[in-house]
Every structure is written in C-alpha cells, then in structure tokens.
Design a binder for this molecule. Structure first.
Ligand code: LLP
Length: 405
C-alpha cells in the first residue's frame, strides 16, 4: 500500500532542500507507471538504470529530458533506446560504454549526447557491504585512483559523440551521516578542479547520488534532506572558491528516502507454530518473495497487527513467510498483541526495494500495489494470477505429444 500524500511530501522535502531541477528520484526503489506520474507531477527528474525502467517511464509519459540513464552494463540496444527517446543525460559508467556511444551517437539525430561520467571516488560508506558502492573495489564507475577517471575525461572531451556535462558518484545506500557526502563532494570537486586546470574542461553538473537513510527500526536516525543539502552545498561552494571554479549545479538521486516510508505491506496471518521455551513462529501469506531485504541484508522492520492496533503487546513472536526456506524470515522477535489466523500484519517502510526485488519463488504470485490518497484507494499494480505465472512458458510440441499419448 503506497501513501500518495507521504510520497509527495518526500518529493517536496527533497525539492525544497536541493532546489528545482536538482532532485532525480531513483526509480529502482519503486517504479510503476502511476509512481512515475506522481514523481513527474512533483517536478522531479528520474534516474533509470535499464531498458525496462526507461520503457516504464516513457510508457507513463515521463518527460524524457528529465531522465538520467544509469547502469554499469548498458547494452547497445538500451543505449540506442535511450538516444532515440532523447533522455536528458546518459551517466557513463565505463570505457566500453564510451566506445558504444562513439558508434551510436553519430547515427542518432541531433547534437552530441550530454553525459555525466560516473566516478568511483574511493569512499567507504558505513553501511551493509552489499549496498556500498563508492569504494575503490567496486564494479561501478571510473576509479579516481590509478588515473582511469582522467583518461575517461580526456576521451569524452575529445569525442564528437558525447558532450561532457558533469560528474556523478553514488557512495552507497541507507547512510545516516553527512560526513561521507562531505567527503565525496570534496573528492569530486578536487577532481573537477584538477581537470579544469589540466585540460580546461568545465564541470557544470555534480550529481552526488542517493543513499539517504530512513527509519526502519529503533536505532535508525534519519537526517532531513536539508541537513544533507547544507553540507553538500557548503563543501561545493568552498572548493569552487578555493580553485576559482564556477560552482557546478548540485544534483541528488534519492530512491529509498522518497519511496520507502510511503509504503506498507499488508499480510494475513496464517499458521502459528509455538516451540515451547524456544520461539513462536507467526507465518504470513508472503515473505522473501515480496521482501528479500531481511534475508539479503539482515534488514530490520517494525510491524503491528492492524486489526488489533489498540491492544497491548503481550507476546514476543517471529514473523516468517511461506517460502520453503528457513531464511524466509521477515522479523525476528517482535512484541505483538496475541496473533491469530486472519489477523492483518502491517509491516511499515516497505515502499523501497521490496516490490521491485520481488520474485515468484515457489510460484508465489506477486501481490497487488494499491495507492491511497485522500480516503480513496486505487489499484496501480494488479495482483498476479496463476495464469500470469505461466504466461511466458512454451511446452514444445514434442512434449505435448508425449503427454497426449
Ligand atoms: N543513484 C544510484 C546510482 C544508485 O545506484 C542508487 C541505488 C541510488 C541512486 C538510490 O539510492 P537510495 O537513495 O535508494 O539509497 N536493494 C538495496 C539498495 C540498493 C541501492 C542501489 N543503488 C536495498 O534494498 O537496501
């Protein structure tokens, strides 16, 4: 269930903090056509990372000039699609992509393709290993260490296919401190100053990525968009002044911080298994197929029994899903009112990286997505049916014959 007012409020908070045109919603967090339309209405840009995300945005009517096309292994087809659509920027990740653009862009109509170069600034963000991205040992971007980034700038500057507009980095996700962003801004600005002094290349846009942490469970202490904006701006302005650069336009790409808090997953309680003196398992009609995050990142969540929200917590239970995996746990040790089959368990802050990472493991159909706004509910993602589960399948005639016999 997506709370539209909350989603819009998060868009606005970022826009107010960073300014008009400075916020790109990272669509990987939650991308459905209806979400694209809300984000577009709120005046944000959109970061897409694949042909599929690009297709979704275009199908929703998202203005292509506000699209930033990301990805560490864009295929030739995806790049051609992005050029044909007229996306605002391509965020180039590697030398292979620069070469592909060199071949494709002259064939596409119009001027050179505006690009940002994604750099790996060599910064360790304090978050889960799987969602760190800015460190040297990363698959993403041109490394600052070792001169790759300089080489990429030189190639882009000399190319008649691309126009180097700016630089990008993304240091990781679910980050609660401003210091790693200050460090990233400083490293990126030092690099911008260096290439300006050495080659005269001017960096007009600096995109510092997303990663702003949200509250999931006690211990998570999110900062406001303003706090991040203030620190980033201060570092960019100081570095620009020190090196005589015009400060580049600052951009950010929040995904989780926009979609996460606006989403709630509703489950129905089914089987309950008590192992006396050990643990009580409360099973729900979903689990790792719709939320892989606890299994993948040891993510924590809070929940309540929606139909017993006014009752006191009386027992500690663990919430498990219905997949055939012992690791299919949603929440370990949560205090709830007495849970019974048929109760509705509402797990909060599931708006980001749940539905888009959902699978059909054990042939569980994906759940519906419902948008609520001013007392009304609207379906924005249909519940999958069993027929949907087999819609891509083909049984070769040879096997059909054998069965018929
Ligand atoms: N920009 C780039 C280039 C990114 O790679 C990402 C996230 C974002 C922006 C948005 O980051 P956010 O503001 O949402 O933290 N599946 C993981 C998170 C993976 C994030 C990947 N990149 C999770 O469930 O925690």
């Amino acid at each position: 269930v997506v709370d539209e007012a909350h989603l819009r409020a998060r868009c606005r908070a970022f826009k107010e903090a960073f300014g008009e045109g400075a916020v790109l919603y990272a669509g990987k967090a939650l991308l459905l056509k209806a979400i694209c339309r809300i984000v577009a209405e709120e005046g944000l840009g959109l970061d897409v990372v694949s042909g599929g995300e690009l297709y979704t945005a275009l199908a929703a009517g998202f203005p292509p000039e506000r699209l930033y096309f990301h990805g560490n292994n864009k295929s030739e087809e995806e790049l051609a699609e992005a050029l044909a659509a007229g996306v605002g920027r391509i965020v180039v990740d590697n030398f292979h992509e620069l070469a592909l653009l060199g071949q494709l862009a002259p064939r596409a109509k119009g001027a050179r393709v505006p690009v940002l170069l994604r750099l790996a600034p060599g910064i360790e963000a304090h978050t889960h290993d799987y969602i760190k991205t800015g460190q040297l040992d990363s698959k993403f971007g041109f490394s600052l260490a070792g001169g790759q980034a300089e080489e990429a700038v030189a190639l882009a500057a000399a190319s008649n296919a691309v126009e180097l507009v700016g630089l990008h980095c993304h240091i990781g996700s679910q980050i609660f401190k401003t210091a790693p962003y200050a460090e990233a801004a400083a490293v990126m600005m030092d690099f911008a100053a260096r290439i300006w002094q050495q080659t005269g290349t001017v960096i007009r846009e600096l995109d510092l990525g997303g990663g702003f942490g949200i509250y999931y469970a006690p211990g998570d202490e999110p900062l406001s968009p303003r706090e991040y904006a203030a620190v980033m701006r201060e570092v960019v302005a100081a570095k620009a002044e020190a090196s005589g650069l015009v400060p580049p336009r600052l951009l950010v790409e929040p995904g989780r911080a926009i979609a996460g808090p606006a989403g709630t997953t509703l489950y129905t309680v089914g089987a309950i298994k008590e192992i006396p003196g050990v643990r009580k398992y409360v099973a729900v009609d979903g689990g790792m197929a719709d939320n892989i995050r606890p299994a993948l990142y040891q993510a924590r969540y809070e929940a309540l029994l929606a139909n017993k929200a006014d009752r006191p917590a009386v027992e500690k239970v663990s919430i498990t899903g219905k997949c055939c995996e012992s690791g299919d746990m949603l929440i370990w040790d949560i205090s709830l009112p007495k849970a019974e089959p048929g109760d509705i368990l509402a797990v909060s802050c599931t708006g980001a990286y749940c539905y888009p990472m959902a699978s059909n493991y054990n042939r569980l159909p994906r759940p519906a997505v419902v948008l609520v706004y001013e007392g009304e509910a609207a379906l924005i993602g249909r519940r999958e049916t069993y027929a949907d589960l087999v819609r891509l399948e083909v049984v070769p005639p040879r096997l059909q014959r054998r069965l018929a016999g």
